[in-house]
Design a protein around this ligand. Structure first.
Ligand code: ATP
Ligand code: MG
Length: 431
């Protein structure tokens, strides 16, 4: 049996990258006032069709949709925004003044052609904010994104921003764009030739070369913005610049979901080939109302975790967690006492591994070496009779006898000392 194409196992050797990224994401998001929400991976198909848009790639060809045993149409979620908005409406979270900023981390599903950085099950870190229209928030959302990437030490990424206008100014642009595409119809790919009628903005999202070329000289949305949208966009840029955040205005960036309006943004890299977007998002003020909820503005983004981790891994190594102590036991008699000591150490927050099934001291030391344990505690019958254990420091190759009753204190002290601290003095440093 094999896993489904485009759906990956994350093996223990890679999983600590995932844990580190998730830990950092939670830290940063919570600093900015976001609270976690978890929604199901399966929803009614209609939720995504109505929010993402019927004529988007995601809904037209990428969704895992199926009828359940009762004939109800369901889908594996291709993104998280629609679900978070649905949950907000369904549980009337508007009534809770603390419930404005949300985040969720988990798997998404799209039936795409698998390649590096593009999978059928992938994972996103997703953030959403409801009820705030202030351009200050748009800037803060992007600044948080940059803050997160900075803390991870991510290099070679750029922030691209655009404004998609609003239902007031976009129709004018749409008409002009339609006209423009009509003149270039013969140069467009078959998909875009159809798109230019049903959803002309989508043509900007096409990755086919000749469509990109056909768009040379196309009208640009930023020139069509109404006063309100233009002011909003100016303020967003002023706040970003005022906080020293570098960005590029990309008038061609439309994003692949229909619900966006005004501010849209993407974090792009030149280090992952064709898969150049690490994350993206934007404002979606009409979405909650369209889904039957209160008319609250919204803004959010999603980061692709696979792409992010691919980038972080380039040329870097993250050590897997090794046990601080390996317990070696000689003979049958000391096993129970050793097991008690192991549990006492774990109880004090010290990672311990032991040799199951005993074996010679040599074989147990080999195992400790493979695990890269910092110390080995050796307990044989002789030591047991004396109430001590032998502690070997694997790096310094030194050895000492420690009373069994002092083991926990010994290692606690040792861990603090290794962090450059005298035990019992001052706060514990975080690294
Ligand atoms: P792309 O243009 O690369 O298809 P997208 O616009 O479809 O991206 P979004 O829907 O904005 O992507 O999702 C946000 C992020 O999720 C992307 O920037 C990307 O990092 C990640 N992502 C999207 N689709 C996939 C996928 N099939 N496999 C892995 N990561 C993905
Ligand atoms: Mg896509």
């Amino acid at each position: 049996m094999q896993a489904i194409r485009g759906m990956n196992d994350i093996l223990p050797d890679a999983v600590h990258w995932w844990q580190m990224v998730e830990r950092t994401a939670r830290e940063v998001l919570e600093l900015y006032g976001y609270r976690e929400i978890r929604t199901p991976v399966v929803e009614k198909l209609e939720l995504f069709a109505r929010s993402i848009g019927e004529s988007t790639d995601i809904v037209e060809k990428e969704m895992y949709a199926f009828a359940d045993r009762k004939g109800q149409w369901l889908a594996l979620r291709p993104e998280a925004t629609a679900s978070v908005v649905r949950a907000f409406i369904e549980h009337n979270l508007q009534a809770d003044p603390l419930a404005r900023k949300f985040y969720t981390i988990g798997p998404m599903f799209r039936h795409e052609r698998p390649q590096k950085g593009r999978y059928r099950q992938f994972h996103q870190i997703d953030a959403e904010v409801f009820g705030i229209d202030d351009p200050l928030l748009d800037a803060e959302v992007m600044i948080m994104l940059c803050d997160f990437f900075q803390r991870l030490g991510l290099e070679g990424v750029g922030l691209h921003i655009n404004s998609l206008g609003c239902p007031k100014c976009r129709p004018l642009f749409r008409d002009d764009l339609k006209q423009f595409l009509h003149q270039r119809a013969s140069q467009l790919c078959p998909d875009c030739d159809r798109r230019r009628h049903v959803n002309p903005l989508r043509v900007f999202d096409c990755k086919v070369d000749r469509c990109r070329e056909a768009l040379a000289g196309a009208p640009e949305l930023v020139r069509y913005l109404c006063d309100e949208c233009a002011r909003h966009f100016e303020k967003v840029q002023a706040y970003l610049a005022g906080l020293g955040v570098a960005f590029t205005v990309d008038p061609r960036m439309v994003r692949g979901l229909d619900y966006y309006m005004r501010t849209t943004f993407e974090v792009v890299t030149d280090r992952l080939g064709a898969q150049n977007a690490v994350g993206g998002g934007g404002r979606y003020n009409g979405l909650m109302r369209d889904l039957g909820g209160p008319d609250l503005p919204g803004i959010g983004f999603a980061i692709g975790m696979e792409r992010l981790i691919l980038l972080l891994q380039q040329g870097h190594h993250l050590a897997a967690g090794s046990p601080h102590v390996f317990m070696a036991v000689l003979g049958e008699k000391p096993v129970l006492e050793a097991f008690r000591a192991v549990q006492a150490l774990r109880g004090a927050g010290i990672a311990v591994e032991m040799a199951y099934g005993g074996g010679s001291l040599k074989s147990q030391m080999r195992r400790a070496d493979k695990l890269a344990a910092a110390h080995v505690v050796i307990l044989g019958e002789e030591e047991l009779a004396k109430g001590v254990a032998v502690v070997r420091n694997m790096k310094e190759k030194s050895q000492a006898e420690v009373p069994l009753s002092d083991l926990v204190e010994f290692f606690k002290g040792h861990i603090l000392a290794a962090r450059g601290q005298t035990p019992g003095f001052g706060p514990t440093p975080s690294k």
